[in-house]
Write a protein that binds this ligand. Structure first.
Ligand SMILES: Cc1ncc(C[n+]2csc(CCOP(=O)(O)OP(=O)(O)O)c2C)c(N)n1
Ligand code: SF4
Ligand SMILES: [Mg+2]
Length: 330
Protein backbone atom coordinates (compact mmCIF):
# COMPACT_ATOMS: atom_id res chain seq x y z
CA UNK A 1 0.00 0.00 0.00
CA UNK A 2 1.28 3.44 -0.87
CA UNK A 3 1.88 5.58 2.18
CA UNK A 4 2.55 8.88 0.52
CA UNK A 5 0.99 10.29 -2.61
CA UNK A 6 4.30 11.96 -3.46
CA UNK A 7 5.78 8.46 -4.08
CA UNK A 8 3.11 7.66 -6.62
CA UNK A 9 3.27 8.73 -10.23
CA UNK A 10 -0.33 7.98 -11.18
CA UNK A 11 -2.71 5.48 -9.67
CA UNK A 12 -4.88 3.47 -12.01
CA UNK A 13 -8.20 1.78 -11.13
CA UNK A 14 -6.36 -1.56 -10.93
CA UNK A 15 -4.13 -0.16 -8.16
CA UNK A 16 -7.21 -0.03 -5.92
CA UNK A 17 -8.09 -3.70 -6.51
CA UNK A 18 -7.28 -6.45 -4.02
CA UNK A 19 -6.57 -10.15 -4.55
CA UNK A 20 -9.33 -11.20 -2.15
CA UNK A 21 -11.54 -13.91 -3.66
CA UNK A 22 -14.85 -12.39 -4.76
CA UNK A 23 -17.92 -14.61 -4.24
CA UNK A 24 -20.67 -12.40 -5.69
CA UNK A 25 -22.90 -14.26 -8.18
CA UNK A 26 -22.02 -13.89 -11.88
CA UNK A 27 -23.80 -10.86 -13.33
CA UNK A 28 -24.38 -9.21 -9.92
CA UNK A 29 -24.68 -5.41 -10.15
CA UNK A 30 -22.29 -5.17 -7.19
CA UNK A 31 -19.44 -5.73 -9.69
CA UNK A 32 -20.47 -2.54 -11.51
CA UNK A 33 -20.50 -0.59 -8.25
CA UNK A 34 -17.10 -1.98 -7.24
CA UNK A 35 -15.72 -0.92 -10.60
CA UNK A 36 -17.24 2.55 -10.10
CA UNK A 37 -15.46 2.87 -6.74
CA UNK A 38 -12.10 1.82 -8.26
CA UNK A 39 -12.59 4.30 -11.12
CA UNK A 40 -13.58 7.15 -8.78
CA UNK A 41 -10.62 6.62 -6.44
CA UNK A 42 -8.25 6.66 -9.43
CA UNK A 43 -9.92 9.72 -10.91
CA UNK A 44 -9.37 11.57 -7.63
CA UNK A 45 -5.86 10.05 -7.19
CA UNK A 46 -6.64 9.36 -3.54
CA UNK A 47 -3.82 7.99 -1.44
CA UNK A 48 -5.10 4.50 -0.39
CA UNK A 49 -3.65 4.95 3.10
CA UNK A 50 -5.90 7.99 3.63
CA UNK A 51 -9.17 6.33 2.57
CA UNK A 52 -11.46 4.35 4.90
CA UNK A 53 -14.29 2.18 3.64
CA UNK A 54 -17.06 0.96 5.93
CA UNK A 55 -19.89 -1.47 5.31
CA UNK A 56 -22.59 -3.31 7.26
CA UNK A 57 -23.66 -6.89 6.49
CA UNK A 58 -25.00 -8.23 3.20
CA UNK A 59 -23.64 -9.26 -0.22
CA UNK A 60 -22.92 -5.60 -1.02
CA UNK A 61 -21.23 -5.09 2.33
CA UNK A 62 -18.36 -7.32 1.27
CA UNK A 63 -17.11 -4.45 -0.88
CA UNK A 64 -14.36 -3.15 1.48
CA UNK A 65 -12.55 -6.51 1.02
CA UNK A 66 -12.21 -5.74 -2.68
CA UNK A 67 -10.92 -2.17 -2.43
CA UNK A 68 -7.28 -1.57 -1.53
CA UNK A 69 -7.79 1.08 1.15
CA UNK A 70 -8.32 0.69 4.87
CA UNK A 71 -11.70 -0.88 5.51
CA UNK A 72 -14.02 -2.24 8.18
CA UNK A 73 -16.82 -4.73 7.54
CA UNK A 74 -18.88 -3.73 10.60
CA UNK A 75 -22.25 -4.97 11.95
CA UNK A 76 -25.63 -5.16 10.25
CA UNK A 77 -27.02 -1.61 9.96
CA UNK A 78 -24.16 -0.07 11.96
CA UNK A 79 -21.72 1.18 9.31
CA UNK A 80 -22.72 4.84 9.72
CA UNK A 81 -21.90 5.22 13.46
CA UNK A 82 -18.51 3.59 12.78
CA UNK A 83 -17.76 5.92 9.88
CA UNK A 84 -18.95 8.99 11.80
CA UNK A 85 -16.65 8.00 14.67
CA UNK A 86 -13.66 7.74 12.37
CA UNK A 87 -14.26 11.24 10.97
CA UNK A 88 -14.52 12.50 14.54
CA UNK A 89 -11.16 10.90 15.29
CA UNK A 90 -9.44 11.88 12.05
CA UNK A 91 -11.20 14.37 9.81
CA UNK A 92 -8.39 14.11 7.25
CA UNK A 93 -9.55 10.71 6.03
CA UNK A 94 -11.75 10.26 2.98
CA UNK A 95 -14.58 8.08 4.25
CA UNK A 96 -16.80 5.98 1.98
CA UNK A 97 -19.59 3.83 3.36
CA UNK A 98 -21.32 1.20 1.25
CA UNK A 99 -23.97 -1.42 1.92
CA UNK A 100 -27.34 -2.84 1.05
CA UNK A 101 -30.82 -1.36 1.02
CA UNK A 102 -31.78 -3.78 3.81
CA UNK A 103 -28.73 -2.86 5.84
CA UNK A 104 -29.12 0.90 5.49
CA UNK A 105 -32.89 1.38 5.31
CA UNK A 106 -34.15 -1.57 7.38
CA UNK A 107 -32.13 -2.32 10.50
CA UNK A 108 -29.97 0.77 9.94
CA UNK A 109 -32.81 3.24 9.28
CA UNK A 110 -32.33 5.11 12.57
CA UNK A 111 -28.66 5.68 11.80
CA UNK A 112 -29.58 6.71 8.25
CA UNK A 113 -31.71 9.56 9.67
CA UNK A 114 -29.23 10.53 12.40
CA UNK A 115 -26.41 10.73 9.86
CA UNK A 116 -28.36 13.21 7.74
CA UNK A 117 -28.81 15.47 10.77
CA UNK A 118 -25.07 15.63 11.43
CA UNK A 119 -23.76 16.26 7.90
CA UNK A 120 -20.41 14.57 8.55
CA UNK A 121 -18.14 14.91 5.52
CA UNK A 122 -18.41 11.42 4.00
CA UNK A 123 -20.07 9.45 1.19
CA UNK A 124 -22.73 6.79 1.60
CA UNK A 125 -23.55 4.41 -1.29
CA UNK A 126 -26.60 2.19 -1.01
CA UNK A 127 -26.68 -0.84 -3.32
CA UNK A 128 -30.42 -0.83 -4.00
CA UNK A 129 -31.49 -4.26 -5.31
CA UNK A 130 -34.95 -4.53 -3.69
CA UNK A 131 -34.02 -7.69 -1.82
CA UNK A 132 -31.99 -9.07 1.06
CA UNK A 133 -29.57 -10.86 -1.26
CA UNK A 134 -27.33 -12.49 1.32
CA UNK A 135 -30.20 -14.10 3.23
CA UNK A 136 -31.88 -15.53 0.11
CA UNK A 137 -34.06 -12.83 -1.33
CA UNK A 138 -36.58 -11.55 1.21
CA UNK A 139 -38.21 -8.20 0.29
CA UNK A 140 -36.04 -5.23 1.24
CA UNK A 141 -37.53 -1.88 2.37
CA UNK A 142 -37.28 -0.47 -1.18
CA UNK A 143 -39.38 -3.19 -2.85
CA UNK A 144 -42.70 -1.64 -3.86
CA UNK A 145 -46.11 -2.77 -2.65
CA UNK A 146 -47.48 -5.73 -4.62
CA UNK A 147 -44.16 -6.72 -6.23
CA UNK A 148 -43.40 -10.41 -6.12
CA UNK A 149 -39.78 -11.30 -6.69
CA UNK A 150 -38.98 -14.97 -7.09
CA UNK A 151 -38.28 -15.83 -3.43
CA UNK A 152 -41.56 -14.34 -2.20
CA UNK A 153 -44.47 -16.70 -1.71
CA UNK A 154 -46.93 -13.80 -1.91
CA UNK A 155 -46.72 -10.26 -3.32
CA UNK A 156 -45.01 -7.75 -1.03
CA UNK A 157 -47.68 -6.58 1.46
CA UNK A 158 -45.73 -3.42 2.43
CA UNK A 159 -45.22 -0.15 0.62
CA UNK A 160 -41.63 0.44 -0.50
CA UNK A 161 -39.88 3.47 0.89
CA UNK A 162 -38.18 6.14 -1.17
CA UNK A 163 -34.49 6.42 -0.20
CA UNK A 164 -34.03 9.78 -1.95
CA UNK A 165 -36.99 11.36 -0.16
CA UNK A 166 -35.74 9.95 3.14
CA UNK A 167 -32.28 11.40 2.50
CA UNK A 168 -33.61 14.86 1.60
CA UNK A 169 -35.89 14.96 4.67
CA UNK A 170 -33.12 13.70 6.96
CA UNK A 171 -30.75 16.52 5.97
CA UNK A 172 -28.27 14.89 3.57
CA UNK A 173 -26.60 17.68 1.63
CA UNK A 174 -25.89 15.76 -1.60
CA UNK A 175 -28.57 13.36 -2.84
CA UNK A 176 -28.16 11.48 -6.11
CA UNK A 177 -29.22 8.34 -7.95
CA UNK A 178 -27.21 6.30 -10.42
CA UNK A 179 -27.22 2.81 -11.92
CA UNK A 180 -24.72 -0.01 -11.38
CA UNK A 181 -24.24 -0.73 -15.11
CA UNK A 182 -23.97 2.87 -16.27
CA UNK A 183 -20.21 2.89 -15.68
CA UNK A 184 -19.57 6.49 -16.72
CA UNK A 185 -22.48 8.02 -14.80
CA UNK A 186 -21.80 5.84 -11.76
CA UNK A 187 -18.12 6.74 -11.39
CA UNK A 188 -18.79 10.44 -12.11
CA UNK A 189 -21.51 10.45 -9.43
CA UNK A 190 -19.20 8.81 -6.87
CA UNK A 191 -16.50 11.38 -7.69
CA UNK A 192 -18.99 14.24 -7.19
CA UNK A 193 -20.24 12.65 -3.95
CA UNK A 194 -16.69 12.35 -2.55
CA UNK A 195 -15.86 15.90 -3.61
CA UNK A 196 -18.97 17.28 -1.89
CA UNK A 197 -18.19 18.68 1.58
CA UNK A 198 -20.88 17.10 3.77
CA UNK A 199 -22.77 13.79 3.82
CA UNK A 200 -23.41 12.57 0.30
CA UNK A 201 -26.02 9.93 -0.30
CA UNK A 202 -26.02 7.94 -3.53
CA UNK A 203 -28.84 5.51 -4.26
CA UNK A 204 -27.32 2.99 -6.70
CA UNK A 205 -29.86 0.86 -8.57
CA UNK A 206 -28.40 -2.63 -8.62
CA UNK A 207 -29.68 -5.75 -10.37
CA UNK A 208 -29.55 -8.92 -8.24
CA UNK A 209 -29.87 -11.59 -10.95
CA UNK A 210 -30.20 -14.35 -8.37
CA UNK A 211 -33.21 -13.09 -6.39
CA UNK A 212 -34.72 -10.05 -8.11
CA UNK A 213 -36.15 -11.34 -11.39
CA UNK A 214 -38.18 -8.12 -11.91
CA UNK A 215 -35.52 -5.40 -11.92
CA UNK A 216 -32.97 -7.10 -14.13
CA UNK A 217 -30.22 -5.66 -16.30
CA UNK A 218 -32.52 -6.15 -19.32
CA UNK A 219 -35.38 -4.37 -17.52
CA UNK A 220 -33.22 -1.34 -16.67
CA UNK A 221 -31.78 -1.34 -20.21
CA UNK A 222 -35.02 -1.69 -22.20
CA UNK A 223 -36.93 0.99 -24.05
CA UNK A 224 -40.45 1.74 -22.87
CA UNK A 225 -43.44 3.31 -24.53
CA UNK A 226 -44.03 6.93 -23.46
CA UNK A 227 -47.09 8.38 -25.17
CA UNK A 228 -46.41 6.34 -28.29
CA UNK A 229 -42.66 7.04 -28.38
CA UNK A 230 -40.00 4.47 -27.42
CA UNK A 231 -37.66 5.91 -24.79
CA UNK A 232 -34.84 4.36 -22.69
CA UNK A 233 -36.06 3.47 -19.20
CA UNK A 234 -33.31 5.48 -17.51
CA UNK A 235 -32.46 9.07 -18.39
CA UNK A 236 -30.29 11.87 -17.00
CA UNK A 237 -31.56 14.83 -14.99
CA UNK A 238 -28.71 16.83 -16.53
CA UNK A 239 -30.50 16.54 -19.90
CA UNK A 240 -33.65 18.16 -18.47
CA UNK A 241 -34.15 21.67 -17.13
CA UNK A 242 -34.20 20.41 -13.53
CA UNK A 243 -31.57 21.94 -11.22
CA UNK A 244 -31.49 20.86 -7.56
CA UNK A 245 -28.31 22.70 -6.55
CA UNK A 246 -28.74 25.50 -3.99
CA UNK A 247 -26.94 28.55 -5.39
CA UNK A 248 -26.70 30.58 -2.19
CA UNK A 249 -26.74 28.46 0.94
CA UNK A 250 -26.80 31.59 3.14
CA UNK A 251 -30.21 32.38 1.65
CA UNK A 252 -32.68 30.33 3.71
CA UNK A 253 -35.45 30.87 1.16
CA UNK A 254 -33.27 29.50 -1.62
CA UNK A 255 -32.42 26.45 0.54
CA UNK A 256 -36.06 25.78 1.46
CA UNK A 257 -37.41 26.25 -2.07
CA UNK A 258 -34.76 24.03 -3.64
CA UNK A 259 -35.32 21.37 -1.01
CA UNK A 260 -39.09 21.42 -1.57
CA UNK A 261 -38.53 21.23 -5.34
CA UNK A 262 -36.16 18.27 -4.87
CA UNK A 263 -38.65 16.46 -2.66
CA UNK A 264 -41.35 16.93 -5.28
CA UNK A 265 -38.96 15.75 -8.02
CA UNK A 266 -38.07 12.49 -6.23
CA UNK A 267 -41.67 11.66 -5.38
CA UNK A 268 -43.24 12.24 -8.84
CA UNK A 269 -44.41 8.90 -10.11
CA UNK A 270 -43.17 8.16 -13.62
CA UNK A 271 -42.41 5.03 -15.63
CA UNK A 272 -38.93 6.22 -16.59
CA UNK A 273 -36.15 6.46 -14.00
CA UNK A 274 -34.20 9.72 -13.67
CA UNK A 275 -30.50 9.50 -12.73
CA UNK A 276 -28.43 12.38 -11.41
CA UNK A 277 -28.14 14.87 -8.57
CA UNK A 278 -31.52 15.73 -7.05
CA UNK A 279 -30.32 18.03 -4.30
CA UNK A 280 -27.09 19.68 -3.21
CA UNK A 281 -26.37 22.38 -0.67
CA UNK A 282 -23.22 23.58 1.09
CA UNK A 283 -23.72 23.62 4.86
CA UNK A 284 -21.52 23.38 7.96
CA UNK A 285 -20.34 19.85 8.71
CA UNK A 286 -20.43 17.97 11.99
CA UNK A 287 -16.71 18.57 12.49
CA UNK A 288 -17.10 22.32 11.79
CA UNK A 289 -19.63 22.45 14.63
CA UNK A 290 -17.59 20.21 16.95
CA UNK A 291 -14.52 22.40 16.41
CA UNK A 292 -16.49 25.53 17.20
CA UNK A 293 -17.28 24.11 20.65
CA UNK A 294 -14.29 21.93 21.51
CA UNK A 295 -11.26 24.16 21.95
CA UNK A 296 -8.44 21.54 21.59
CA UNK A 297 -9.81 20.52 18.18
CA UNK A 298 -9.62 23.98 16.61
CA UNK A 299 -7.35 23.75 13.57
CA UNK A 300 -6.52 20.10 14.18
CA UNK A 301 -8.01 16.65 14.41
CA UNK A 302 -8.17 14.33 17.47
CA UNK A 303 -5.76 11.82 15.94
CA UNK A 304 -3.04 14.49 16.05
CA UNK A 305 -3.52 15.51 19.69
CA UNK A 306 -0.73 14.28 22.00
CA UNK A 307 -1.96 11.68 24.45
CA UNK A 308 1.21 11.26 26.57
CA UNK A 309 4.51 12.96 27.41
CA UNK A 310 8.02 11.63 26.64
CA UNK A 311 7.83 9.35 29.70
CA UNK A 312 4.53 7.88 28.52
CA UNK A 313 2.43 9.65 31.17
CA UNK A 314 -1.02 10.69 29.98
CA UNK A 315 -1.27 14.42 29.29
CA UNK A 316 -5.04 14.71 29.42
CA UNK A 317 -5.96 17.11 32.22
CA UNK A 318 -8.87 15.60 34.14
CA UNK A 319 -9.01 18.25 36.88
CA UNK A 320 -12.21 19.87 35.60
CA UNK A 321 -13.87 16.49 35.19
CA UNK A 322 -13.00 15.49 38.78
CA UNK A 323 -14.36 18.83 40.02
CA UNK A 324 -17.62 18.25 38.16
CA UNK A 325 -18.18 14.89 39.81
CA UNK A 326 -16.92 15.82 43.33
CA UNK A 327 -19.64 16.05 45.95
CA UNK A 328 -19.42 17.50 49.46
CA UNK A 329 -22.14 15.23 50.82
CA UNK A 330 -19.80 12.99 52.88
C1 LIG B 1 -28.54 -8.18 13.64
C2 LIG B 1 -28.67 -8.99 12.39
N1 LIG B 1 -29.90 -9.28 11.93
C3 LIG B 1 -30.05 -10.00 10.80
C4 LIG B 1 -28.95 -10.44 10.12
C5 LIG B 1 -29.13 -11.28 8.88
N2 LIG B 1 -28.82 -10.55 7.68
C6 LIG B 1 -27.61 -10.59 7.12
S1 LIG B 1 -27.50 -9.69 5.72
C7 LIG B 1 -29.12 -9.24 5.83
C8 LIG B 1 -29.78 -8.38 4.80
C9 LIG B 1 -28.94 -8.09 3.61
O1 LIG B 1 -29.66 -7.34 2.69
P1 LIG B 1 -29.10 -6.01 2.10
O2 LIG B 1 -28.59 -5.13 3.17
O3 LIG B 1 -30.11 -5.44 1.21
O4 LIG B 1 -27.78 -6.48 1.31
P2 LIG B 1 -27.65 -7.35 -0.02
O5 LIG B 1 -27.33 -8.72 0.44
O6 LIG B 1 -28.96 -7.28 -0.74
O7 LIG B 1 -26.55 -6.70 -0.74
C10 LIG B 1 -29.72 -9.79 6.97
C11 LIG B 1 -31.13 -9.59 7.34
C12 LIG B 1 -27.67 -10.11 10.64
N3 LIG B 1 -26.54 -10.48 10.02
N4 LIG B 1 -27.56 -9.39 11.77
S1 SF4 C 1 -27.48 -12.82 -4.19
FE1 SF4 C 1 -27.88 -11.08 -5.53
S2 SF4 C 1 -26.89 -9.34 -4.51
FE2 SF4 C 1 -26.03 -11.23 -3.64
S3 SF4 C 1 -24.19 -11.62 -4.85
FE3 SF4 C 1 -25.87 -12.80 -5.75
S4 SF4 C 1 -26.68 -11.48 -7.36
FE4 SF4 C 1 -25.45 -10.19 -6.00
MG1 LIG D 1 -30.29 -5.56 -0.87
Amino acid sequence: MASNLADITALKPKDYKTDVHNDWCPGCGDFGILNGVHQALAKLQLDPSKVMMYSGVGCSSKIPHYVKTYGVHTLHGRSLPFSTGSKLANDELTVIVAGGDGDGLGIGAGHFVGTGRRNTNMTYLIHNNGVYGLTKGQASPTLKLGMQTKSLKLPNPNEGLNPLAMAICSGYTFVARTYAYDAKHLSATIVAAIEHRGTSFVDVLQPCPTYNNLHTKDWYGEEIDVEGVKMPRTYYLSETDYDGVVKDSTNQQDVERTKAKALERVTISEDRIPLGVFYQVQQSTYMDRVRENVEPLRGTTSAKLPICDAQGNPVTDLTDLYKEFRTDIY
